[in-house]
Design a protein around this ligand. Structure first.
Ligand SMILES: [Zn+2]
Length: 97
């Protein structure tokens, strides 16, 4: 059987980073030294209040959503308890722990 010539762009390619492969979620050491799952939101659909600075994250703003990896009440509860952060505030929280 004759096989079509392999095109260079048909090579299976490895995702650039694991973050993409997992839908944009990454693990991070966040406030209090706890492990968090962190996801970037390109544009929020409504206003949120950032727990770090207590200021509003206006709808349409790129920001971070984070939830604890470990939760006494399980993964679903952890996700239900997620918080929205300013990108810069989350970075500050990661730095300071
Ligand atoms: Zn903030």
């Amino acid at each position: 059987m004759r096989r079509s010539r392999k095109r260079p762009w048909s090579e299976p390619h490895v995702p650039l980073d694991a973050e993409k492969a997992r839908g944009g979620v990454r693990s991070a050491r966040g406030p209090g030294g706890h492990d968090f799952q962190v996801r970037s939101i390109p544009n929020g659909v409504k206003d949120y209040v950032c727990p770090w600075c207590n200021r509003t994250i206006p709808a349409g703003t790129a920001h971070i959503v984070a939830w604890a990896t470990e939760n006494l009440f399980g993964a679903d509860a952890a996700i239900a308890d997620r918080r929205h952060w300013h990108t810069g505030c989350w970075a500050a929280a990661e730095r300071t722990g």
